[in-house]
Design a protein around this ligand. Sequence first.
Ligand SMILES: C[S@@+](CC[C@H](N)C(=O)[O-])C[C@H]1O[C@@H](n2cnc3c(N)ncnc32)[C@H](O)[C@@H]1O
Length: 213
Amino acid sequence: MGDQHVHDNPVRGRFNSWLLAKYEDDFHEEMGARKQQHLGSMNGTVVEIGAGNGVNFRYYPPGVQLVVYEPNRWMHARLQEAARRHAVQCELRPVSASQLDLPDQSVDAAVCTLVLCTVTDPGQILHELRRVLKPGGKLYFLEHVAAAPRTGLRRVQDLLMRPWRWLFEGCHTNRETAALLDSVGFARVEIECFSSRKMPPVIRPVISGVAWR
Ligand SMILES: C[S@@+](CC[C@H](N)C(=O)[O-])C[C@H]1O[C@@H](n2cnc3c(N)ncnc32)[C@H](O)[C@@H]1O
């Protein structure tokens, strides 16, 4: 089964869109400089998966042709409003990114922020992103991740994973995303780890970086 069913609940769908909108300024304050550095120099065709309310649209330079996969229809009104506000040329595909309907080696760059925690099969999504990137093309990622094994925080993450996943439509508190990024065949992966001051304590460990095809 695909993962579209996760996004069929109107109450949770609306709640999650509202929540992301509420924390948007905090995300810009804490993560804006990193996003600007990477997204601000992109050009050509860019695929962004799980774009949510369009929080990243302000960072793309003019002229970028954005293809967005966002299966949660409750996000779409805010996403389209963000595209208008930031004059982004955006083609919205309202489906899961688990199978991208794009040819091999057809996009210049890819973006996912706070998405690999949520998708059903992050390995499959990363393979798809790698497949559609042109040689030398880059994937920018920013993701909350599992704390180090056998720490108190990791135990709390493991304990809260199931209720958290239900409330936040698939979001896992404890994904080992850095290891996954290293395992899917990118030519080079650069990862910076930091502790967020804005996210809820249970999801404070964050990675940001680039994977090159
Ligand atoms: C926590 S939100 C992050 C939104 C935005 N990227 C941000 O940084 O605020 C996770 C997003 O991933 C989307 N998502 C979940 N599963 C997905 C899938 N299989 N394919 C594409 N997007 C997905 C959700 O609908 C949601 O918009």
